[in-house]
Design a protein around this ligand. Structure first.
Ligand SMILES: C[S@@+](CC[C@H](N)C(=O)[O-])C[C@H]1O[C@@H](n2cnc3c(N)ncnc32)[C@H](O)[C@@H]1O
Length: 216
């Protein structure tokens, strides 16, 4: 099997953290981030959503997180081709990035678009929605920040709704109506739409929870 080409450390569209074991500053990702609206696309795939958003909102800053090397390489290439200097890609496991690397109170909107649904019962622990996960999301978001979630997988969506009903108040998450603003269709979404599947979506706002609300 041919050896995969490594990513180029000096690629300006790639974010290589200076320390993978400490929380970063957002200024390490974007030197001019102060006062900017920041969005993160977790599991960005081939990057169509990211590219369209970064083009549409040049004043915003976009961090994409993706674990697959080939996809990261492709997204960097697309950002370069479109000269989208307001976006960068981090090659990492997204839960690790959220839990250990991304700074607290640093992101205005987190997008989880068609995360792997892990339909088998023995893999259910890999699904994103859980109280600890939502606490981590709440820490990375700025107060009043939002998490947006889309899936084609009905069971996964139902489980997400159950988790929010169980612990939403404790973690400071409130369900809001979906906002009809510019929101490009993702690569996977297009595939599901072409197959006639319906798409579920959820918008959550996170507010600061008082210490009395309990911790994990
Ligand atoms: C179903 S695809 C959706 C891609 C894109 N969001 C879209 O809607 O077109 C899921 C993506 O998330 C990535 N992914 C899955 N688990 C991940 C993880 N734990 N950390 C980072 N990326 C992950 C996969 O490699 C894949 O690119």
């Amino acid at each position: 099997m041919p050896k995969a080409r490594p990513l180029k450390a000096d690629d300006p569209f790639l974010w290589l953290p200076s320390d993978y074991f400490a929380r970063a500053e957002m200024a390490e990702v974007f030197a001019d981030v102060e006062g900017k609206f920041v969005e993160a696309d977790m599991g960005c795939g081939d990057g169509t959503f990211l590219v369209e958003m970064a083009k549409h909102y040049p004043e915003r800053r976009y961090l994409a997180v993706e674990r697959l090397l080939g996809r990261v390489r492709k997204v960097c290439k697309r950002l370069r081709a479109n000269d989208l200097t307001n976006a960068r890609v981090l090659r990492l496991e997204s839960q690790y990035a959220l839990t250990h690397l991304l700074p607290e109170n640093s992101v205005d909107r987190l997008h989880f678009l068609f995360p792997d649904p892990w339909p088998k019962a023995r893999h259910a622990y890999r699904r994103l929605f859980s109280e600890p996960f939502l606490r981590v999301v709440g820490r990375v978001l700025k107060p009043g920040g939002e998490m947006l979630f889309k899936t084609d997988h009905d069971d996964y969506f139902q489980r997400a709704e159950e988790v929010i009903a169980e612990c939403g108040e404790r973690v400071g998450a409130t369900v809001l109506p979906w906002e009809e603003v510019f929101y490009p269709i993702t690569d996977f979404e297009q595939q599901w739409l072409d197959m006639g599947k319906s798409i579920d979506r959820m918008r959550l706002r996170f507010d600061v929870v008082s210490k009395d609300a309990g911790t994990q």
